[in-house]
Design a protein around this ligand. Sequence first.
Ligand code: NAD
Length: 470
Amino acid sequence: MTTKAGVSDNKINWSIIQQHQKTRVANSNHLNTTERKQLLEVLRLMLMENESELLTALYKDLGKTPEEAYTSELAVLLQEIDFMKRRLNNWQRPKHKRHIKLGSMSKTTFEHRPYGSILVISPWNYPLQLALMPVIGALAAGNSCFIKPSEFAPETAKILAKLIRAYFSPDVLMVVNGDDTVATELLELPWDFIFFTGSKKVGTIVHGAAAKKQIPVVLELGGKNPCIVDETNLTEAVVQRIVWGKFLNAGQSCIAPDTVYVHQTIYPQFLQMAVEQIKQFYGLHPLEEETIGRMAHEKQFEKIVDFLKQGTIYYGGKVDATHKRVEPTLLTDITARSPILYEEIFGPILPVIPYTNLSKLVNELKRMDDPLVTYIFSKNKRSIAYVKTKLRSGAFSLNQVILHAVSSDNSFGGIGASGFGRYHGSASLDTFSYERTVYTYLLPFNIQKQYPPYQSNDLNLLRKWRRWLF
Ligand code: NAD
């Protein structure tokens, strides 16, 4: 890891490497996708050939089981690489348009051009997926990248640096490990684009640093995703989906259903079914049997332990401070104005709150920050349409959790406090490139009416022929 003392020396090296990255991108043929597909293939090989080392690192950092780590980290990345390789040629092909108008006989070509050297700053909760997912889009669109992984998933950060060094030249990909001091120094370099995933607090710092140099930026932040279950759709499958989505990665998913709002008439039944589901998924002793992952760091663990005190523990609630593990917990009767009601939980606690009136609930949710996603489980078309219209969120998911974010066919991103910009699949290709308009004027002579001095009737003529001017 880079130490605080060594940062400034490193900055000179980073600056040189960044210059090489910019030169590589500038000198490459932007219309040719062969090299980019080769780079994606190298990334695919890197993941496949080192699968067990990567899964071990994810276990050491977050206690993820190999199955969970494979599906939520490696498999998602491999799918995205396959998607890019399939779609890249078609996406990159320039789009042409011809204009035959009085004032401009021309043809225009729209080309996707890469930005250059991109800084990707990633968090610890899906340390592999969230470091590499933006990189796949960035490489596919023709860029080079620096990755600054989170210091709170150190094993993954270490192996990522080792593998990227072994498989890629630094003028394509480079990993810089370190803490916030390192990130701050990195932000001082003249990036062509910054892609940040993390907290709202740090996102605001990154946004400010980017604005000073007019650097385009995407912010993928967090939020409190509401999950509404109405009286029309309570089934075992529904409860299974919610419990899985909540406790996946020990609740540390930015798109986890944060709090579930259950219609009063099915509230006791929902709680009972959720308890049964937790037992089925994680057994009776999840702490001893290690069927659930752990908190990434002490501060996170303490925050979750504190949240446990802000309501009645309906089920779970035991903690293991040595290994920073918390049982999957259902919390009811939340104390009024408790922080758990408005702060992102990001841990294995599911507050279950009854409601009687949907419009009253929606009005309360409207007063909160815009989340990444709004979930609703319902068969009532009017209720679904009402919630979809009234609540703002990056995504809206009906009768399922999490899965909207794992397919490369769907774009992903937030709104308001949960961030801005989109990525995954085609959205990544658009995000990591800019569209350059290439305009060619075809008339060899000038239409004199276009130029001064103007005659008294010219304004009338211009009004009349406006549609045909250009
Ligand atoms: P964080 O903001 O603390 O850290 C994210 C990254 O920023 C880390 O690499 C960190 O080293 C770096 N960083 C820290 N201080 C910095 C500074 N001053 N300048 C620049 N970079 C700095 O976030 P976290 O705790 O790692 O992640 C949890 C948060 O991320 C949650 O809020 C969660 O919802 C959010 N998140 C969002 C998404 C998404 O896709 N929208 C995905 C995962 C996590």
